[in-house]
Write a protein that binds this ligand. Structure first.
Ligand SMILES: Cc1ncc(COP(=O)(O)O)c(C=O)c1O
Length: 387
């Protein structure tokens, strides 16, 4: 298979505007956090409809400072999903709190509010719902639980830049929302993240934690209007974004509506292709949401096939198509088994979803013909291995 014929799982869409802005930043001579980060934060804040945005070096950093800003720490429990990337759980451990996992629903793979409710104790202080694949969680029910029990909601919106829930953009709903601009995400700065909130005090504290606990960031100290003095007011982290990366973010954000439309078009094409195939459970946007399709995760009904998911992935690769698995359940990984013991069997929906899930290529520059090829190849493999 030549590289040309190979279909990757994800690819960024970088235009001339991004390149020009990076060059402008390099020529300006201010490469760390400065005016471009401010511009990016303001544009992102306005786009999602939040009062404050704090740029960070990654989505993980944004989640970590959200927990720090909320004052979560040792002895506190934070409820999240086992069907996520390790970052969601790691940040709870970084802060010294205890992650408590709650199973997902099988229709959208998002955390099940009923399972969250069962796990709330006197120690529960926060929840981190993950908008899986770009589909918003059931925020009405999660917000109602949070208000009833006095919990902070920190949304993990790593997949969900631009997504909407009942007419409101993700980022304007929970107490704090963390976005990721990792290379594969719907908009990217290579690596980067953003924390947004409507709460002024949380924003002030998060900004402090992103900047080593310093009361003035570099721009506020060293630019022509800057002032040298600062206080280290908290034990913070070195989590700021740079102007070089914010230069990408400014134009990726402007491009996001088009990038999202392209993903939605690809998702519709896959849905139509797979609709007549009973061996495939096809993902759907449910309820009043705008799903931004960071991932397109099909689920194989492996009981109807003579091959398992692993073999399906190998056969797709042999035919030049990259696929992946989002996610290996958190409690299957050895680092968490060592800490929490063997939790297998406790999250039946996560575990049964995991057996059949396959993420197919989805990114704006994937052509209609390529989507057709991915779909037809998957269907052909299935036809050859029907029970
Ligand atoms: C669900 C989820 N949460 C958090 C993260 C962490 O984001 P980052 O890689 O920007 O630290 C990712 C992405 O990689 C993710 O997919």
């Amino acid at each position: 298979m030549t590289d040309e014929g190979y279909i990757a799982l994800s690819k960024p869409t970088i235009g001339q505007e991004e390149i020009d802005e990076v060059v402008d930043t390099l020529r300006a001579g201010w490469v760390t956090e400065g005016p471009k980060v401010r511009r990016f934060e303001e544009a992102f804040r306005d786009y999602v409809g939040a009062a404050h945005a704090i740029a960070a070096s990654s989505g993980t950093a944004a989640l970590h400072v959200a927990l720090a800003a909320a004052g979560i720490g040792p002895g506190d429990e934070v409820i999240t999903t086992p069907f996520t990337f390790c970052a969601t759980v790691n940040v709870i451990l970084y802060i010294g709190a205890t992650p408590v996992l709650a199973d997902i629903r099988l229709d959208d793979y998002n955390i099940d509010p009923g399972e969250v409710e069962k796990r709330i104790t006197a120690r529960t202080k926060a929840m981190i719902p993950v908008h899986f694949a770009g589909q918003p969680c059931d925020m009405d029910r999660l917000l109602a639980l949070a208000r009833e029990h006095g919990l902070v909601i920190i949304e993990d919106a790593a997949h969900a830049a631009g997504a909407e829930y009942r007419g409101r953009r993700i980022g304007s709903i929970g107490d704090m929302t963390a976005f990721s601009f990792y290379a594969s995400k719907n908009m990217t700065t290579g690596d980067g993240g953003m924390l947004v909130t409507n709460d002024e005090e949380l924003a002030r504290r998060a900004r402090l934690f992103v900047h080593q606990g310093l009361t003035r960031d570099s721009w506020a100290r060293y630019s022509h209007n800057g002032f040298w003095q600062y206080d280290v007011a908290a034990l913070g982290f070195k989590y700021n974004l740079s102007d070089v990366l914010a230069s990408l973010g400014i134009h990726q954000l402007a491009r996001l509506p088009h990038l999202t439309e392209a993903r939605q078009r690809i998702a519709r094409q896959y849905q139509q292709l797979f609709e007549p195939v009973p061996e495939i459970i096809v993902p759907q946007a449910l309820g009043e949401v705008s799903h931004v399709w960071h991932l397109f995760v099909i689920r194989l009904r492996t009981e109807m096939l003579s091959i398992d998911r692993g073999r399906f992935i190998e056969l797709m690769r042999e035919r030049g198509i990259a696929t992946s698995v989002h996610y290996i359940p958190i409690h299957y990984h050895s680092a968490y088994c060592q800490r929490f013991g063997d939790l297998r069997g406790q999250f039946p929906n996560t575990e049964s979803a995991y057996e059949g899930i396959v993420s197919l290529p989805i990114y704006p520059s994937l052509t209609e013909a390529q989507v057709q090829r991915v779909g037809e190849t998957a269907i052909d493999i299935i036809r050859r291995h029907r029970r």
